[in-house]
Design a protein around this ligand. Sequence first.
Ligand code: 6MZ
Length: 354
Amino acid sequence: MFSTRMEKPADSFYRQLPKVELHAHLNGSLSVATMEKLISRKPHLNIQHSMTAIHKGQRRTLDECFQVFKVIHQLIDTEEDILMVAKDVIGEFAADGVKYLELRSTPREETHTGLTKRKYVETVIEAIRQCKQEDLDIEVRFLVAVDRRNGPQVAMETVKLAEDFMVSSDDVVVGLDLSGDPTVGHGKDLLPALLKAKNCGLKLALHMSEVPSQKEESELLLTLPPDRIGHGTFLHPEVGGSQSLVDKVRERNVPLELCLTSNVKGQSVPSYDKHHFLYWYKLGHPCVLCTDDKGVFSTELSQEYQLAATTFGLSREAVWTLSQQAIGCSFAPDHLKEKLRQRWVSLQAQASGR
Ligand code: 6MZ
């Protein structure tokens, strides 16, 4: 009944490579197994797995991708669902060799189940806590997401919620994400909320220039500046962006979160070899490989590393450097960054038999 078509797992080098995942939307990251559990909990919705994932060789417009999220959201509307989904996703990243994960998700309320936005965030934090208690070999932090579609007032409320949890969550909530359909709304309306977030100490990971024609918005958001940029597909002049945008990103040294499969399957990039990873990597700019939505785009972080390595001819040494550099781009506190760096050094020595 369900599609069993999975992408081929990455080679063991990429699976064993310790990795940092910084751009993962919780509800876009559900595996086939988790999706099957959700579908069996809610058979009346008549949702099939083929409606929630894009397999190898398939593509969708970005607009169609956002329709997929609407289907997935119908399946996840209770605290119980969120707890299961978040624990599954964290466990799967850990199994793929991810040692540090920043998960992001948009708090939702569902009146028919009594789910509130506050409960939503609490439940994700509880899932993170339980995974820690179960001794999973992964450190997890949470970014509260603002869906740009919901406008400035909801954005401000979300920032207040994130601020509360930043203070009360024992450093689990570390930042704010701006995401959602990039063709809807304008960043200028969200600027006051983003500024408030920044001023209260939340780190900002903002989707920027995911589609063409957002030059003006990107200029504006760069004045904040953000702490990381999601996608940044159309920032550079070769694809209609501008040199001045590139210069600003470089001057402020804002790392880019790059999601190869997502961009190719979502058709914002025509093919893997045309991905803007190469443009920024050649400049020596900090680039972090990420999955975006590993469930929807049927990928894993190990596969993204393998894809980048094979497409752009990266040596194993370069792949290690790339994964290690991601630690510095994370929102982890300094002591954790240091711990992770030491871990990388000893794992690399182990891998090379030293
Ligand atoms: C922009 C995206 C996205 O928050 O319910 N999201 N926003 N661009 C993308 N590129 C494909 N992929 C996912 O996870 C799903 C939500 O994440 C955002 C959208 O707002 C989507 O509804 P959560 O956990």
